[in-house]
Design a protein around this ligand. Structure first.
Ligand code: NAD
Length: 341
């Protein structure tokens, strides 16, 4: 068994004291977890290299651990402070951003990432309770967002949401994130029903198509816009889930990305795709993770160049890039955000 390489630890006295006192790290989704990030150029313990910043996670009662939770390192009960690179300020003040599938996982992280950076976010999903949680988290972060229950496979509902969000005037960024395997698991191809096959296309492809169709005239009229589709490693290779319709739908969504980039570029609209690797972001991926067993989990991490699983925030950061002014001359691209091979 190969030993997992340790990251160069940047552990502050503050964090070390908390760890020594046995304070447990808080994982995404657990009570008290907050995605609020605060930047402190000197680091809490003053240990960060100059020009880098420390990420501190806040909880309601004040400061807690200042670290990223890394499942590989967690197994070794090692906790590090995160130096998250040069502090690049990206803001979206005054911009209207629509995010689909925002009740959970990536969509929630993406919605919050835009909301705390000043955007007017319209977060939609079919899961109303989850949307309310996303809304509450935004308030905790000192931000706000609008939530709406919308089925992305309902073209009329999509048109109505875009009309409401845009006021007929502006949608700056559309993030087509709703999707996934909808609880399906890998089965032999001859056992797949027509309904199961089409269900995954409806949410992963039709939804992205209907939303893109709805925002296109508004973005064209303004001569600007960003569309970011969340595809998957499954769309560029073989899916770990074994679900044929999922791999096919994500590949189709990437085709849509390239074609729309070509068509809409003349109006200053970029269309790109983020292709995440496996991230434990919801009950389905938790079950998938459990099904691998200890050896399978270790092998999966060993096969990732950066030797850790990703987080919903890792995916949100790639979306922020495509939506930002730094990606002004990038379109039709698929960015794998998977820790590397
Ligand atoms: N988690 C991963 O490992 C992983 C890897 C690669 C790609 N992805 C993709 O990332 C996206 C988000 O995945 P996640 O892991 O955060 O999953 P998730 O299940 O937490 O989020 C998907 C969201 O889409 C919503 N949704 C489903 N059908 C919908 C519909 N018809 N209309 C509106 N909303 C609907 C769900 O309610 C859910 O909130 C998906 O497109 C998924 O395929 C995930």
């Amino acid at each position: 068994m190969t030993a997992l390489p340790k990251r160069a630890p940047v552990v502050s006295a503050h964090c070390a004291a908390l760890c020594a006192a046995g304070a447990a790290p808080i994982r995404a989704g657990e009570p008290g977890y907050s995605t609020k990030l605060d930047r402190d150029r000197d680091g809490i313990g003053g240990k960060c290299p100059p020009g880098r910043s420390v990420v501190r996670r806040t909880v309601m009662a004040g400061w807690r651990h200042a670290h990223t939770l890394d499942s590989a390192l967690q197994n070794q009960r090692t906790i590090t402070l995160a130096c998250d690179g040069p502090a690049v300020i990206v803001r979206f003040d005054g911009q209207t951003v629509v995010v689909t599938g925002a009740a959970h996982g990536f969509g929630r992280a993406i919605s919050l990432a835009f909301a705390v950076r000043g955007a007017r976010v319209w977060a939609c999903d079919v899961n109303e309770a989850g949307l309310r949680e996303t809304e509450a988290l935004a308030v905790q972060e000192g931000a706000s967002l609008q939530v709406r229950t919308v089925d992305v496979s309902n073209r009329r509902a999509v048109q109505a949401l875009v009309q409401e969000a845009s006021g007929g005037e502006r949608v700056d960024v559309l993030v087509n994130n709703a999707g996934g395997v909808l609880g399906q698991v890998g089965r032999p191809v001859e056992e797949i029903s027509q309904d199961d096959w089409h269900a995954l296309f409806r949410v992963n492809v039709d939804g992205a198509f209907y939303f893109s169709q709805a925002v296109a005239p508004i973005m064209k009229a303004r001569g600007a816009g960003r569309i970011v589709n969340i595809s998957s490693g499954a769309g560029v290779g073989v899916s770990l889930t074994g679900v044929q319709a999922y791999a096919s739908a994500k590949a189709a969504q990437i085709g849509l990305t390239r074609q729309l980039a070509h068509e809409l570029g003349a109006w200053g609209i970029t269309v790109n795709s983020v292709a995440p690797g496996f991230v434990r972001s919801n009950p389905t991926t938790e079950r998938q993770w459990e099904s691998y067993g200890e050896d399978g989990q270790r092998r999966l991490i060993e096969n990732i160049a950066l030797k850790r699983l990703g987080s919903p925030e890792d995916i949100a950061h790639a979306v922020l890039f495509f939506a930002s002014e730094y990606a002004g001359w990038v379109t039709g691209q698929v960015l794998s955000v998977d820790g590397g091979k």
